[in-house]
Design a protein around this ligand. Structure first.
Ligand code: PLP
Length: 389
């Protein structure tokens, strides 16, 4: 499909950037004027601002969300001989981060309704080597902080949040990034808060974790040319931080726009539930920041996901699948020893889910249009089914 045929894109960042374009250009120009491109003032300012907005103390900007996980786990002293519990249905970066820290990912299934990590399943895989759990606040919905804290307390585990999809999400009175020992965020352009390129951050309230993270991202240096450990080079560029600092004040409004759009989808889609279109369940109310709006398509109702996606494409509407292959079935992780059938909820979901267009600026009438195409495809398919009986 070429660009000219896209009527409703999956994501459109122009709605965020166009109204504040002059401010963004100014922010970039000030970095050019000063020239503090690496570890500059805008980075320090953004680290403070984002930690504060997220209800915690320290922010350490790094090159990507993946680095925030890999280096962040190391900063929490998690590594070789440690096991870390992760959900099967996450972006591969969660597992890559664990492996890069030298630890072993232990995969568990997700809940069938919310798609969030199943803590009962997690309790069953704990061994003396288990050091931490990574709750992924998937699609913008937090894993319940109260349940997580109770779980971690009973089993004496660390909580390391993967909050890459959940900037400023809230649940049980906590904000994403303030629940565990530390939390990883991504500023990939299409995330709820996105840079003009790659970026990431670790948040923590623990001064020791913060200090170790500062070293790890900067060649393991505790001060210039004195290196206490072999760290790496992973810093959030001052230019990216300047952009993010300019965008951060707008994030609450953008998130509430996402919530309004999700509520519009919920309303419009309600009548299609009995025909096999079920939105992923929102258990966290207004605290959900809807990085993605995801529905499940129950093919036993006679509608195929691939066909629905084709119909949407033909109508100029982009959609996505997050994610089509659960981590335990990815070739990259075969040596972890998992097989088909190990995590039935995650496997079923991977076959059923479809992400619909979602971004601040998507209009109510566009939501209606998306739902109308789904409804008409359902009617065609389900009529065919009736006729063929
Ligand atoms: C985007 C994402 C990451 C990785 O972030 P990058 O900045 O792309 O490295 C990790 N986990 C989840 C759940 C993500 O969505």
């Amino acid at each position: 499909m070429n660009n000219m045929n896209i009527r409703i894109p999956f994501v459109d960042l122009n709605f965020q950037h166009q109204p504040i374009q002059a401010k963004l250009q100014q922010a970039i120009q000030s970095v050019l004027d000063v020239g503090d491109f690496v570890l500059g003032q805008a980075l320090k300012d953004f680290e403070v601002a984002f930690a504060q907005a997220s209800g915690t103390k320290y922010g350490i900007g790094v090159a990507s969300g993946t680095d925030a996980i890999a280096l962040g786990l190391q900063a929490c002293n998690i590594g070789v001989d440690d096991e870390v519990i992760v959900p099967a249905n996450t972006f591969v970066a969660t597992l890559i981060g664990v492996l890069r820290a030298g630890a072993k990912p232990i995969i568990v299934d997700c809940d069938a309704e919310t798609a969030l990590i199943d803590l009962e399943a997690a309790a069953k895989v704990i061994t003396p080597q288990t050091k931490a759990i990574i709750p992924v606040h998937l699609y913008g919905q937090m894993v319940s902080p109260l349940q997580l804290l109770e779980f971690a307390d009973i089993h004496k585990l660390l909580i390391f949040e993967d909050a890459a999809q959940a900037h400023l999400a809230q649940r049980d009175g906590y904000r994403a990034g303030s629940v565990g020992i530390a939390a990883a965020f991504s500023f990939y352009p299409s995330k709820n808060l996105g840079a003009f390129g790659d970026g990431g951050m670790l948040l923590t309230a623990d001064p020791d974790v913060a200090e170790k993270m500062l070293r790890l991202r900067n060649y393991g240096a505790s001060y210039k040319y004195y290196h206490t450990e072999p760290g790496t080079n992973s810093r959030l560029d001052t230019l990216q931080a300047a952009v993010l600092l300019e965008k951060l004040p707008h994030l609450p409004k953008w998130n509430s726009d996402r919530l309004t759009i999700a509520q519009e989808y919920d309303t419009q889609l309600a009548s299609l539930a009995s025909r096999g279109i079920i939105p992923i369940h929102n258990q966290s109310g207004d605290g959900h920041v809807y990085h993605l709006y995801v529905v499940k398509i129950d093919e036993s109702n006679g509608i195929e996901r691939s066909l629905l996606q084709e119909k949407l494409t033909a109508a100029g509407i982009q959609s996505g699948i997050h994610y089509p292959i659960p981590c335990h079935l990815q070739p990259a992780f075969t040596n972890l020893g998992y097989k088909i059938g190990d995590f039935p909820h995650a496997e079923k979901q991977a076959k059923e889910i479809l992400s619909l267009p979602m971004y601040p600026g998507l209009s109510r009438s566009q939501v209606k249009e998306v739902v109308a195409v789904i409804a008409s495809t359902l009617s065609e398919q389900q009529e065919l089914l009736v006729v063929s009986y």
